[in-house]
Write a protein that binds this ligand. Sequence first.
Ligand code: PMP
Length: 406
Amino acid sequence: REAFDVQAVRRDFPILSQQVNGKPLVYLDNGASAQKPTAVLDAMDRYYREMHSNVHRGAHTLGDRATAAFEGARETVRNFLNAHSTREIIWTKGTTEAINLVANGLAPRLKAGDEILVSHMEHHANIVPWQMIAERTGAKVVPIQVTPQGELDPDSFNSLLNDRTRILAITHVSNVLGTVNPVADMVCQARARGIITLLDGAQAVPHFRPDVQALDCDFYVFSSHKLFGPTGIGVLYGKAALLEDMPPYQGGGEMIERVSFERTTWNVLPYKFEAGTPAIAEAVGLGAAIDYLNRLDREAMEAAENALLERAHQLVETVPGMSIIGTAQHKVPVMSFKIEGLHPSDIGTLLDQQGIAIRTGHHCAMPLMDFYGVPGTARASFAFYNTLDEVNQLFTALQKVQRLFA
Ligand code: PMP
């Protein structure tokens, strides 16, 4: 197998080669947001310099160029997810808006007593929109339990599936634990009962390519900014038949076919769900991020990421009192941890002084923090541009922090 040249890849990410607090930046907060390669910065710059105009207006050359770039990016996303058609690719502001859109769109199908199955390891973005819809409809949000290792408990899932279950909305990969959930099996079981399925792919897509046709989920959502693309844009994949059946989320320009004071009709998919001028440059940037990723050797990249996680797990015993939260069999390189006697936010601050960026806190997953009985965790989340040496530096810094303060 071809070696993965991490140093070459790092040169594609200009932000990485800087000093922070007098130390070379070690960026291990990729789960919160990933950095952008020059290819993305250039694509957005070029878009604004050479082709910006509003899209789908068709009256002049710049408009045609902008539309081609914008719709080209949609096709790139379709191919990335292996979706059947670009009609099934809806631009949103991000994962959060995509889930809110689906929750609102499914609300007319819900009635009192219906159940929406989520899990105890969801991000708030995949809990709160369902709670809001439950409030409106009388439906109930029910969580699948998590095991101490940080996997979804299959017994809990099986026992909660019942005739009232209407929706299964779960995360593909946990942002706190790194667990890759067995979503294909779960979707399969849910579909056999006619349950609508949504997968939150926010933390999955930075590490591997999902195939929505193989997964057979009804909805798949993710954010561009975690996939090395710009902020402000994300994707909702939905099966066309369901999207056709759902009411629009917001009203305005672009999403209509015809407007009159007597009767307004909706545009075709995907535009029915894209009210207003879209985030055009951001779509172009996301397309460029995916094109960039497509040029890398996926297999080598995933092997390199696994090596980072393995090294990190091996080094845990070199820091007295340190333990990992989330020891699932199948993980992406995300490591939540605690160190006895140290508050997570102190760990974060002390690491920052050494140029190392991690995330601390509840990670928008308070129910999961409650399950583990912690106020928060410290989390190092790796990307393919991180190096084994950076993992070593993290642990050298943690050893120092532990010696000084624990
Ligand atoms: N779901 C998961 C699993 C996430 O990790 C995140 C981001 N932390 C979100 C949803 C929300 O994504 P965004 O804030 O980009 O909408």
